[in-house]
Design a protein around this ligand. Structure first.
Ligand code: NAD
Length: 440
């Protein structure tokens, strides 16, 4: 097997710290998906058969597998893969490493992937998975063994034309390289080279796409630009706050800062910092790489002060359930651009709506990741490598089309943008089921 050289992300999540932070409470994420789904399904009188099908994930895989630690001890770990729906194409969705990961959360994340692909008109279904671990407790060699053993245990439940994982919280291009290498090693020799597209988000040297690393952040910034243009306000004097300074949050912050916008507060698992004059986002990225988080880069503030920081835009780019009945009243912003999956629960949503705060919902706003994953998958299938300009241009076209569909539906139906995004997704899936019928 070839040992790839891409370093593991240095912005590792100090997971033990996460559990010490006061929880925002909120509606459990799977319940949140159900409520969001029901609201849109009722409005469009979704076909009852399609409604039943989409209400239940197709496959829920729970795997217990052994890990040999560096000191020789053996630990049993639990991994998940939920395949929600594949009416539009192969299952597609990330893999995360997190100590609090559990089946219901993975089910919610898998369903969001189905809606996201449908809204962006990608030929993919929805899936999600991961391993319930605190990655900071394991060495690099142990993380490699976890990845390889999980891939092995999934066996034929994944595949380049069947179910295609990608990076998510606490996983990265290196994990994808190990995953691909393991999958290929399990294939017959004559299939191996064809199967590179079993995962996306790989290192560029190992078949990844240019622009995939920044894709989610880039997509968020394209949509913030569109939102600002439509309101005839520029971004050069805008202020913003970011929760999560990992892949999504740090790219969104750096790309937005290139428009002149100022990052006035940032929070991650290590704490929160603020500076009304604006942070150097590139410098903060270097600091996070070196120190594992934003803490220490500026004046420390508490969680409540972070959420209450006045700004034009808030980009939640960490975990789910951050904007709830408890925290939504604290926000002092004009726009919430959801980088994370499920950062706002239904009660938080209602408060944002009443307060007139715009929301670009996650299933539109963070679709840049899966859109460029689709481009990577296409490039691998055609043995092509596209230039960065081409990737960015195509990403811009696809994600702004998803935004426009959502905005137009919100106007026509007089509904909030999240409900509109669901309507776009469910109407497309309903049409597909009606055309294809239900076997047998
Ligand atoms: P990451 O592991 O690179 O970064 C996660 C960030 O969240 C870190 O900065 C971490 O410190 C912070 N964090 C964790 N717990 C926190 C807490 N309790 N409070 C504040 N900050 C906390 O992960 P990522 O890939 O950037 O993903 C972030 C979010 O974006 C997730 O919800 C993920 O599902 C979603 N997302 C990611 C992609 C992608 O392409 N990576 C695509 C779409 C959506």
């Amino acid at each position: 097997m070839v040992q790839t050289l891409t370093p593991l992300k240095e912005t590792t999540l100090p997971c033990a710290e996460v559990t010490k932070r006061p929880a925002a409470g909120g509606v459990p994420v799977y319940e949140a998906v159900r409520r969001q789904f029901d609201k849109a399904a009722n409005l469009i009188r979704l076909d009852p058969a399609v409604r039943k099908i989409l209400s239940t994930p197709m496959n829920e895989i729970v795997i217990h597998f052994p890990l040999r630690r560096d000191d020789g001890r053996v630990e049993m770990l639990t991994g998940y893969r939920v395949q929600h729906n594949d009416a539009l194409g192969p299952f597609k969705g990330g893999l995360r490493f997190h100590p609090a990961l559990e089946l219901d959360e993975v089910k919610a994340l898998a369903a969001w992937m189905t809606w996201k692909s449908a809204i962006a008109r990608l030929p993919f279904g929805g899936a999600k998975g991961g391993v319930q671990i605190d990655p900071t407790r394991y060495s690099r060699a142990e993380l490699e063994r976890i990845t390889r053993r999980f891939c092995y245990a999934l066996g034929d439940n994944i595949g380049p034309e069947y179910d295609i994982p990608a990076p998510d919280v606490n996983t990265n291009a290196q994990i994808m390289a190990w995953f691909m290498d393991t999958y290929q090693s399990m294939r017959p020799a004559h299939d191996r080279q064809r199967d590179m597209h079993v995962v996306t988000g790989k290192p560029v040297d190992s078949g990844g796409s240019l622009g995939r690393d920044k894709a989610t952040g880039q997509g968020i910034v394209y949509l913030i630009e569109r939102w600002a243009n439509e309101r005839r306000t520029g971004l050069s004097r805008a202020t913003f706050t970011v929760q999560g300074y990992g892949n999504v949050g740090s790219w969104a912050a750096r790309l937005l800062a290139r428009h002149g916008a100022k990052l006035v507060a940032a929070e991650d698992a290590t704490g929160a910092i603020a500076d009304p004059h604006g942070f150097d986002t590139e410098g903060l990225t270097v600091h996070v790489r070196a120190h594992g988080g934003v803490a220490g880069f500026g004046q420390a503030i508490d969680h409540e002060a972070f959420l209450s920081t006045p700004a034009d835009i808030f980009i939640p780019a960490a975990l789910a359930n951050q904007i709830t009945a408890v925290t939504a009243p604290l926000l002092d912003v004009r726009l919430v651009a959801e980088g994370a999956n499920g950062p706002t629960d239904p009660e938080g949503d209602e408060i944002l709506r009443r307060r007139g705060i715009d929301v670009i919902p996650d299933i539109v706003c963070n679709a840049g990741g899966v859109i460029v994953s689709y481009f990577e998958w296409l490039q691998n299938k055609q043995s092509e490598y596209w230039e960065l300009d081409e990737v960015d241009r195509k990403l811009h076209a696809k994600i702004t089309a998803a935004y426009d569909r959502t905005r137009d539906t919100a106007r026509q139906r007089q509904v909030d943008w999240r409900t509109a995004a669901y309507i776009v997704a469910l109407s497309h899936l309903e049409a597909v089921y009606k055309e294809r019928g239900i076997f047998p």
